[in-house]
Design a protein. Structure first.
Length: 256
């Protein structure tokens, strides 16, 4: 298979794949050495970087996938919105997802200690959305279930690995861009009567600095966005974006 045929075959596979195609999968499919496949993919990535191209090949969840370029997200968002109703995720669920992402594997009592409120309902929602999953049980009294983020989480946020998670402030901005909405407000009242967002951020970044070294970048001068009390303002409507955007808000489910 000559270089042109190889790149054509790889482009077809990456385009057709439902999930990010790994280097091993691609090499096996085209029956070519992995280094040759990697070199061909790098050339394809460089070619897609041209300004006139609307698609790019990105490394996501340890694989490769086609994605729309950020500058075209608004146009794609409007098109997707015209095809199906938006998927929704509540602000408390987004807060809980952030705790799981930065503290994983983490138990429900640990999440509740950080957020200061009951998280059973939102964990049920996140499990239903396949953004988190169980990861065994912690070897302590009661053996509580451990939770971690999933491959779906990586895909939704366009991350290759959890090691690429930004600081908590950057995570907040990433969520805004992915959801296409501003998640801020003027009220300093914590949602659900629990801990304020700044307390959640400081606790999640402060406990166990070794395992969250990158997260501790929540700088003192960075003013966290205050989230409005749920009882005082309606939840924002967050539209689902392209394939690599996060799912947006869904009211909390009382069931686990």
């Amino acid at each position: 298979m000559n270089p042109s045929e190889l790149k054509g075959a790889l482009e077809a596979i990456v385009y057709a794949a439902d999930e990010p195609a790994t280097l091993d999968q691609l090499a096996k499919a085209v029956e070519t050495d992995k280094e040759q496949v990697r070199a061909a993919l790098e050339e394809m990535i460089a070619a897609c970087a041209a300004e006139e191209r609307g698609m790019e090949i990105r490394r996501v969840a340890r694989g490769y996938r086609f994605s729309t370029k950020p500058q075209h997200h608004e146009a794609v968002r409007k098109f997707i919105k015209s095809l199906r109703p938006p998927l929704r995720l509540s602000l408390p669920a987004l807060e809980t997802l952030a705790v799981v992402a930065y503290k994983q594997p983490v138990t429900l009592p640990e999440m509740q200690e950080i957020r200061g409120v009951d998280c059973a309902g939102v964990i049920g929602t996140l499990l239903d959305k396949r953004l988190v999953t169980t990861a065994g049980r912690k070897a302590v009294i009661g053996r509580p279930i451990l939770y971690r983020t999933t491959k779906e989480f990586l895909i939704r946020f366009g991350l290759n690995d959890v090691d690429e998670l930004p600081s908590l402030k950057e995570f907040e901005q990433l969520a805004r861009e992915a959801l296409g909405e501003e998640l801020g407000g003027e009220s300093a009242v914590p949602p659900e009567g629990g801990a304020a967002p700044q307390q959640i951020a400081e606790t999640a970044a402060g406990d166990g600095a070794a395992e969250t070294a990158e997260v501790s970048a929540m700088s003192p001068e960075a003013a966290p966005v205050e989230l409005p009390a749920e009882a005082e303002s309606p939840e924002p409507s967050l539209d689902a974006g392209p394939a690599d955007s996060i799912a947006a808000s869904d009211p909390e489910s009382p069931s686990e």
